[in-house]
Design a protein around this ligand. Structure first.
Ligand SMILES: Nc1ncnc2c1ncn2[C@@H]1O[C@H](COP(=O)(O)OP(=O)(O)OP(=O)(O)O)[C@@H](O)[C@H]1O
Ligand SMILES: [Mg+2]
Length: 460
């Protein structure tokens, strides 16, 4: 049951309130002054404080202002005499939960108390969730003992408490969002919201209304006012994922907001000050986008005050055993399994794989291996079953340029390269490309390439 503190300098009133609340099963304490209330509150942490407004010494409003908000904020209900409702309203403005007027009606009292109890439990729940988030995103919880991860982790520790804008770069699945959250939850902003939006997934008009909000009538379908992410996140951190995909017009709008630190809702006149830390992420080569004039350089320099480069998993294979254990534990819990170990041979396969999808892909592989396993040990076989078969895909390191590619030529080049690498042995070259021998020979003939000319590495 909720703990309630009744504060009143009139002993009779105190007694009546305590009797009513006790009989409803609440754990009720009393204090005869604001000062005494403060002292008791520090010991019992009441969820609810029911206080008279007018008291000698510290009055109800002063008590409201002085009461500690930690470990959670109590809901304060102010009791006023008939003539002083305006001060009760003032108290509510200052953060009181509600007010009651004298003479106190028992049903109204109990109704307000019940609502306050509900709010208190929500607040407590929230605090609980927040604690979980703090723990989850502790920097110590980021797996990365490898040399390649040490630098980013050092940078994160150093810059998290500041308000510096951060650009996180890394291939897909390297942990960009995780790092963004770690920065937020290790900064003084942690008690304010962390929000995220993916710039690639949203068309411009929607992006604008998501970020800045709108007024009713701003466009067809805008029936009521909507607050944008900038306002919702005020005081917190906004994570803009895949920033490299933001259109040029949106880049200008974002830049202006970062410069002015204020926004205007679509269709609105009023400008609203916002204090939002921006973290962005990209797996694109932004410098290349700059050169191609797809990305504004003034915005780029504003975003990259701090840059964090996350290495691909294949370059930090020392971390694989710890990551594997971490994911085994996670999925043991989720699926009610009891897997205790991983065969060395399985770890070897995992360390040699090239992980185009990085940690996210590793997580999926372990998730499935845990789900399918009933023996308590993950074997090489389990891992082989879960890794994509055939040749690893996505390893070639080039983008499709804007002017497009000549696929036939590319195919020919790959076949030539495979033949050279295979020392002219067609069966081996076919295997390198993940093709059947028949398909490979067909292509070899199609391009007029012969296996003999490959041997000396000089194909026509
Ligand atoms: N160092 C790490 N320790 C533990 N888990 C990690 C680590 N890095 C990433 N992960 C986990 O891997 C998954 C992918 O990470 P995340 O979503 O942050 O990657 P991303 O770089 O944002 O990927 P994408 O580019 O595809 O959006 C998440 O489940 C995340 O919790
Ligand atoms: Mg991501």
């Amino acid at each position: 049951m909720a703990v309630i503190l009744v504060v009143d300098d009139e002993p009779l009133q105190r007694g009546i309130l305590k009797t009513i609340l006790d009989s409803e099963g609440y754990e009720t304490y009393t204090a005869a002054s604001g000062k005494e209330a403060l002292a008791i509150a520090k010991k019992i942490h009441p969820e609810i404080i029911l206080t008279d407004l007018k008291m000698e010494g510290m009055d109800g409003i002063e008590l409201l202002e002085a009461i500690p908000k930690e470990p959670f904020e109590p809901s304060i209900i102010i009791i006023t005499a008939h003539g002083t409702i305006s001060s009760a309203v003032e108290a509510v403005k200052k953060g009181a939960f509600d007010y009651l007027t004298k003479p106190i009606d028992k049903d109204t009292l109990l109704l307000i108390i019940r609502r306050a109890v509900e709010r208190a439990s929500l607040l407590k729940e929230n605090i609980h969730l927040q604690r979980e988030l703090f723990d989850k995103f502790k920097i110590e919880g980021i797996i990365g003992k490898s040399a390649k991860m040490q630098k980013p982790i050092e940078v994160i520790k150093r810059i998290a408490p500041s308000t510096a804008t951060v650009l996180i770069r890394g291939e897909s699945g390297t942990g960009k969002e995780l790092i963004a959250k770690a920065i937020h939850y290790n900064s003084p902003r942690r008690i304010k919201p962390f929000t995220a939006i993916n710039c690639a997934a949203i068309p411009d008009n929607l992006f604008e209304s998501e970020l800045f909000g709108y007024e009713p009538g701003a466009f067809t379908g805008a029936v009521s006012r909507k607050e944008g992410l900038f306002q919702i996140t005020n005081g917190g951190t906004l994570f803009l994922d895949e920033i490299g995909d933001l259109s040029l017009p949106m880049q200008s709008k974002l830049l202006r907001t970062l410069q002015d630190k204020e926004i205007r809702r679509l269709g609105g006149k009023e400008t609203i000050k916002v204090d939002v830390r921006i973290i962005t992420a990209t797996n694109k080569d932004l410098e290349k986008e700059l050169a191609m004039k797809n990305f504004r350089d003034d915005l780029y320099y504003r975003l990259k005050v701090v840059t964090i480069d996350l290495p691909p998993l294949r370059e930090r294979t020392e971390d694989i055993p710890e990551l594997v254990n971490f994911f085994i534990n996670k999925y043991n819990r989720e699926f009610g399994k009891r897997i205790k170990s991983t065969e060395p041979a399985a770890l070897k396969i995992l360390s040699e794989y090239h992980w185009p999808g990085n940690i996210r892909q590793l997580e999926t592989v372990i998730e499935r291996a845990v789900l399918m396993n009933d023996r308590g040990t993950i074997t090489a076989r389990d891992i082989q079953d879960e890794l994509p078969s055939g040749r690893p895909a996505g390893q070639l390191n080039y983008d499709i340029p804007d002017e497009g590619i000549d696929f036939e030529n590319l195919e020919k080049e790959l076949i030539q390269k495979a033949m050279i690498k295979a020392g002219g042995v067609a069966t081996k070259a076919a295997r390198l490309l993940g093709m059947s021998y028949k398909t490979f020979i067909y292509r070899l003939e199609k391009f007029n390439l012969s296996s003999s000319s490959a041997k000396n590495g000089k194909m026509e």
